[in-house]
Design a protein around this ligand. Structure first.
Ligand code: F6R
Length: 366
């Protein structure tokens, strides 16, 4: 049942090239320049009239929402707010019938997310669900939605649900960009083809397994760990830190790289592993200078870089090379080595990877 892997988590990490394909199959038509998603197409008025999009979710799904915020605003020029469902539901939020609320949930059963949906519906918003579990409470409670086709996710630490959520949300953003004419024709078509190529790039990123295992053996006894990224890869830093803490019980924090100098830099010494997500596209030069700041304080640098990178390599203690992608789609690829790294560290520490202490796969209590 684990398909030859030692743990469900590893099986699910390796399923990602296929499930991303399953998720876009029948929806993404790169050759024709089309995105077809029934849940969006049938409600296109609600989306085109949206004054803003509110995204609510918890945990890893909330991180997917943060990536989506960057993508929606860049591609479709619609203002987006992302909020923890648990905060949203208890703060008397301003929300009306011109709002579209997108709820993201792997299980479709998360109590806070469900409550946020009910609240938004009462206030007249159009509520769209992005769920993995077919027929789940959230998929029934929303006005419309799009399933991620990740298949059952058994490992408590969410992996393939995250990348398929981002895939669905990217397709929605592209669909709206087409509708609103907010992307140039060439960018639009380039993103469609690039999304189609993502499974191959994820496959290639899985080849970082040996390298992440080697790095894991060096840092498995760390007590703290910092993850840094900028722009589209800031949420990936948060997700990398969450993956590490939940399965290996190492304290980890994710930060936007530029925020480091406003506090976390005080933590850096020769004991502190800092995982920096520094792909070539995006704010590369800025990240390089952040890496220099860590280096000059003797922090240990583990850098996720684009294949062929030289500048960061010269500064880092370890480099993990991934294939090149555009900035906007890079989270789908940069996430992979971070999943593998936390997996190997957790295994080496003897942790119960698939069922970490104190955690449940679906959180049906608030
Ligand atoms: C992280 C994790 C949790 C869930 C969160 C939301 O690996 O598993 O943080 O992401 O409980 O769950 P769903 O997506 O089912 O609403």
């Amino acid at each position: 049942e684990k398909g030859g892997y030692d743990h469900f988590m590893m099986k699910e990490i390796y399923e990602q090239p296929n499930v991303i394909k399953d998720t876009y199959r029948g929806r993404l038509h790169a050759n024709e320049g089309l995105i077809k998603m029934a849940g969006v197409d049938d409600n296109i008025e609600r989306f085109s009239n949206a004054q803003r999009i509110l995204i609510v979710a918890c945990g890893t799904s909330w991180h997917a929402g943060l990536v989506a915020e960057y993508i929606f605003e860049e591609f479709a020029r619609i203002p987006v707010e992302v909020e923890y469902a648990s905060e949203f539901r208890y703060r008397n939020p301003i929300i009306g019938d011109k709002d579209v609320l997108i709820a993201i949930s792997q299980s479709g059963e998360t109590a806070d997310t469900l409550a946020a949906i009910k609240l938004a519906k009462e206030k007249g918003a159009f509520v769209f669900g992005v769920c993995n579990v077919v027929g789940s409470s959230i998929s029934r409670e929303t006005h419309a939605g799009a399933y991620t086709h990740a298949g059952p996710e058994i490992g408590v630490a969410s992996t393939k649900a995250f990348t398929t959520q981002i895939t669905v949300l990217t397709m929605i953003a592209l669909r709206l960009a087409k509708l609103k004419g907010t992307l140039s024709n060439s960018d639009y078509h380039r993103y469609l083809s690039e999304l189609e190529m993502i499974p191959e790039k994820v496959q290639e990123a899985l080849q970082t397994n040996d390298m992440t295992k080697q790095i894991a053996s060096v840092y498995k006894d760390a007590t703290n760990c910092l993850y840094l990224g900028r722009g589209y890869n800031f949420p990936v830093a948060l997700e990398g830190a969450l993956k590490l803490k939940e399965i290996s019980y190492i304290h980890a924090e994710g930060y936007p790289a530029a925020e480091m100098k406003h506090g976390p830099i005080a933590l850096i010494d020769e004991q502190m592993p800092v995982i920096v997500i520094a792909p070539k596209q995006g704010h590369y030069d800025k990240v390089v200078s952040n890496v220099q700041e860590i280096k000059s304080r003797s922090g240990k640098i583990i850098a996720v870089v684009t294949k062929g990178d030289e500048q960061v390599r010269a500064l880092a203690d370890h480099v993990i090379e991934i294939p090149e992608t555009s900035d906007a789609l890079s989270p789908l690829v940069t996430t992979i080595p971070l999943q593998l790294l936390s997996y190997h560290i957790a295994v080496m520490r003897g942790c119960n990877v698939d069922q970490p202490r104190n955690l449940a796969k679906s959180v049906t209590v608030e």
